[in-house]
Design a protein around this ligand. Structure first.
Ligand code: ATP
Ligand code: FE2
Length: 328
């Protein structure tokens, strides 16, 4: 079976083509970079609709297949930015109708976990999913992915990107902060906010921005301190959830999974608890169409269908609201 997946929850437009035996035939990424400031939902949606046709054609050409070879059309139904989601959903509906193929709506957060399992071979991991819009620790239990801990305000990636913009670093901020942090030496005291199994990054962002504005610290020390504090918080809630659930595996996924320092912390935690660590490969870490296509295949094979009448997008669709019959 071959699935085409449409990812358009935020500023990345992704079209992936994946087979039921886990081969990624194409994974086309077209990133919308805002001219200034953060993501503008309508601007990003316009970018996606203008580039959708080209991206789909490029994916089919790369995969060496035609529309007729595609068995299902999967799309990210939520969570995400309304205008961006609607652009992807409209294209997916049109494509499914034109090709006469079934439509499968996929939860974007579940897809980050599923592609991590697919690519690493992890079977039943506790998952730390970290990206620009999400920060959560989850694991499968009784038919759903339960959320054990999450951010109470902004996501880790958002925190990194906002600081990077204030410091004049490259956008998105994660990679540049990681490079600079390697050269930092001084740990600036910053707020460390863990509340039970949850955490909060807004106080940390305000504080690090304040330290930047004093002009007293090198950008390397600021990046080092931000990373150490932010990732220690993630480590604490992940470790607690791992001890609580007793899961045999620990998976790191989402765009921030590209960070080597965070991957090191995840490896250490897993080792200490006798769990096997897995890090999603970088090409599947950030938002992409292949993860949507793959999750679409799993869902479809477990009987999930999304008729057009119920294919409206859901910008606030939480991961723990999704039934995952393919795991039971
Ligand atoms: P979601 O919709 O799942 O929240 P997203 O739109 O934020 O996803 P992703 O591609 O999953 O997209 O993640 C992007 C984030 O990953 C950005 O915040 C970026 O700074 C961060 N990132 C990328 N590389 C690194 C890195 N090496 N270290 C830390 N963060 C990184
Ligand atoms: Fe994502």
């Amino acid at each position: 079976m071959i699935a085409l997946g449409v990812e358009s929850t935020a500023d990345n437009l992704g079209i992936g083509i994946v087979t039921s035996d886990k081969q990624v035939l194409a994974n086309i990424l077209d990133i919308h970079v805002p001219q200034e400031g953060g993501i503008h939902p309508r601007e990003a949606a316009r970018h996606h609709s203008e580039n959708m046709g080209t991206a789909i054609k490029k994916a089919l050409d790369t995969a060496g297949v035609t529309g007729k070879d595609i068995d299902i059309i999967a799309f990210a139904q939520g969570p995400g930015l309304g205008p961006c989601l609607r652009t992807g959903a409209t294209s997916a509906r049109a494509l499914a109708a034109y090709l006469g193929k079934p439509l499968v709506g996929v939860n974007h957060c579940v897809a980050h976990v599923e592609v991590g399992r697919m690519a690493t071979g992890a079977e039943d991991p506790l998952t730390l999913y970290v990206s620009g819009g999400n920060t959560m620790v989850s694991g499968y239990e009784s038919g759903r992915y339960r959320i054990f801990g999450e951010t109470l305000d902004i996501a880790i990636g958002n925190c990194l990107d906002t600081f990077a913009r204030a410091a004049g670093l490259e956008y998105p901020g994660g990679p540049d902060i990681e490079r600079k942090a390697k050269l930092g030496e001084k740990l600036i005291p910053l707020p460390y906010t863990v509340k039970g199994m949850d955490l909060s990054y807004s106080g940390l962002l305000t504080a690090i921005t304040g330290e930047l504005e004093t002009g007293k610290h090198s950008v390397e020390d600021l990046c080092f301190s931000l990373q150490e504090t932010a990732y220690a918080m993630l480590g604490e809630i992940t470790e607690r959830a791992l001890a609580h659930t007793g899961k045999p595996e620990l998976l790191l996924t989402g765009g921030v999974a590209a960070n080597k320092r965070l991957a090191g912390i995840v490896n250490d935690i897993a080792e200490e608890h006798g769990a096997e660590p897995f890090i999603v490969p970088i090409r599947l870490a950030a938002d992409n169409g292949a993860m949507i296509a793959w999750t679409g295949i799993e869902a479809y094979n477990a009987g999930v269908r999304t008729p057009v009448e119920t294919s409206h997008v859901n910008p606030n669709w939480r991961m723990d609201q999704v039934e995952v019959p393919w795991r039971s």
